[in-house]
Design a protein around this ligand. Structure first.
Ligand SMILES: Cc1cc2nc3c(=O)[nH]c(=O)nc-3n(C[C@H](O)[C@H](O)[C@H](O)COP(=O)(O)OP(=O)(O)OC[C@H]3O[C@@H](n4cnc5c(N)ncnc54)[C@H](O)[C@@H]3O)c2cc1C
Length: 501
């Protein structure tokens, strides 16, 4: 591959820019990928394209009060950049950390903001992807041509969140707001507020706004598991007191957290009732014996079938205990002029309704893909290790973990992509495409994720849009960091499942 970017006029109306690699997305995955390219394959020409006006992805889009991670930053942070703050971080702290990675590695010159990609077409004749898009600031058409496309576009639509349609919504006198598009002018002072939802976003928002509102009600259809604790890491604090270098602390604390998490995940699978009892005992201790924990905090699913949100310092429960916040577990019947009528017949009044009802999953950044003129239908493809797809050459997608921090997988895939690029060079090949082995072709094609393994709403709503998996580790996203940290680096690039040309 060439190591310099060149330009030419592919069409009269748009100038094509040629690069060795194009990364779509400047979130935590895209910035990490840029780091891996510059450090593991110096001299590679590449750009990082993002539709937004700056880096950060998720952490830039979400601006609702209290926005913070629910994973610890020792593992949500990159393996190569020590995290020195509190384990659970605000969006601002995460953006600062990412900004330092960009500055320390001189990545800014590679990033183009306000560049939205709309189509991606592969040509086997030239062995290149042609990406067409638009500059969202000027409306100017843009085109990039590259042999290798690294998709770091996340998994949900950034422009708006998911709001179910309830009868009567248009009757409501107040304001209905989705946390993903939080209005700058929203003043909650002395307002009666209902937050609909039970996930990490609702649990973050409620304590963050409880002090301002007259009262905030968390209205949930069904409960979620929460785990509480201090927003500090004892091991890190102890090592810091011994003046151990931050690089060491980062690595040791990562290993400790991952070790402990593996134990919890194992226990949750083997003894779900015991883990459930432990989690609920913690909630009881926070809310007192009189509180109806069974109704409001005892989920129907097993621990870890959905993400368990961490509540630093139990702030959500503190708001409930002091009466600033309350929880209602019920179904919405109708939105009324004054609030919400519930299936039980009860009515809740509100000035503002916040719909913390999740994301809209979007496959591959809403980009229309084609291979040699044929549109790519993602559900017709099978995923190779949850990162490449049958019949789609020279393309890798970073989809992180749900049970462990996303970024752990972004780092593993970074190594994989650099290995694949080196292997293409060694072979003198231009094209690498996942193909099923003859004996795998007739195996049953299963949905992307086993719903018994992991079943959050946004995934269940949109599973039909995603690629398929086979009942073999090579052909699925296992969601298991502890297995993949061994298997992904050891992938045999010549076992016949990757076809080179
Ligand atoms: C509120 C919230 C909290 C979360 N907390 C955690 C957590 O604590 N731990 C955890 O592991 N995970 C968490 N997640 C999941 C989280 O999304 C990922 O961990 C991670 O931030 C995803 O990073 P990413 O870079 O892959 O994607 P994103 O952050 O989604 O970034 C993708 C970028 O790609 C750009 N893009 C998309 N399509 C196009 C296109 N067509 N053209 C140009 N640009 C495009 C977008 O503009 C965006 O900037 C959270 C998610 C949310 C919404």
């Amino acid at each position: 591959m060439s190591d310099t970017a060149t330009r030419d006029d592919a069409r009269t109306d748009v100038t094509a820019e040629h690069l060795d690699v194009v990364i779509v997305g400047a979130g935590i995955s895209g910035i990490g990928s840029a780091y891996h390219l510059t450090t593991q394959r110096p001299g590679t020409s590449f750009v990082v394209l993002d539709a937004l006006e700056s880096f950060g992805g998720t952490w830039l889009t979400h601006t609702y009060p209290g926005i913070r991670s629910d994973s610890d930053l020792y593992t949500f942070g990159y393996r190569f950049k020590p995290w020195t703050g509190p384990p659970i971080a605000t969006a601002e702290q995460i953006l600062t950390y990412m900004g330092e990675v960009i500055d320390d590695n001189d990545l800014a010159r590679h990033i183009r903001y306000q560049h939205r990609i709309d189509t991606a077409s592969w040509s086997s004749e030239t062995a290149t992807w042609t990406l067409d898009g638009v500059r969202t600031d000027t409306g100017e058409a843009v085109r990039f041509v590259t042999p290798f496309l690294w998709m770091c576009q996340g998994y949900y639509r950034h422009s708006e969140g998911y709001t179910p349609q309830w009868p009567g919504m248009e009757e409501f006198r107040g304001r209905i707001v989705h946390p993903q598009t939080w209005p700058d002018d929203l003043d909650l002072t002395d307002r009666e507020v209902i937050v609909i939802g039970s996930g990490a976003t609702a649990a973050t928002l409620v304590p963050a706004i409880a002090g301002d509102c007259r009262h905030v009600t968390l209205l949930q259809r069904s409960p979620t598991y929460f785990v509480t604790g201090r927003n500090e890491n004892d091991t890190a604090e102890m090592l810091r007191s011994l003046e151990i270098p931050e690089e060491w602390i980062h690595e040791i604390v990562r290993r400790k957290i991952l070790h402990d998490q593996a134990e919890v995940v194992r226990l949750a699978a083997e003894q779900p009732d015991m883990v459930k009892d432990l989690l609920l005992a913690e909630v009881r201790a926070r809310l007192g014996d009189d509180y109806d924990v069974e109704t409001h905090f005892s989920p129907r699913y097993r621990p870890w079938q959905q993400r368990i949100a961490f509540i630093p310092d139990g702030d959500l429960f503190e708001g409930i205990r002091t009466g600033q916040a309350s929880v209602v577990t019920d179904q919405i019947d109708t939105i009324t002029e004054a609030g919400i009528r519930l299936a039980s017949g009860d009515e809740l009044t509100a000035d503002v309704i916040i719909t913390a009802t999740g994301f809209d999953l979007c496959v591959m950044g809403d980009i229309a893909f084609s291979v040699d003129g044929e549109p790519v239908e993602w559900p017709d493809t099978v995923t190779y290790h949850g990162m490449m797809f049958t019949g789609v050459p020279n393309l890798v997608w970073i989809m992180g973990y749900f049970r462990a921090s996303w970024t752990l997988r972004a780092d593993l895939i970074g190594d994989f992509v650099c290995r694949v690029l080196a292997h293409l060079d060694e072979l003198g090949a231009r094209q690498v495409t996942p193909v099923l082995l003859p004996e795998e072709r007739d195996l049953e094609r299963l949905p992307w994720m086993d719903p018994d393994n992991f079943n959050p709403g946004y995934l269940m709503r949109s599973m039909h849009l995603l690629p398929k998996r086979l009942d073999r580790p090579e052909w699925q996203h296992t969601q298991d960091y502890w297995v993949e940290k061994e298997t992904l680096p050891a992938i045999d690039l010549d076992d016949g499942r990757l076809e080179y040309r």
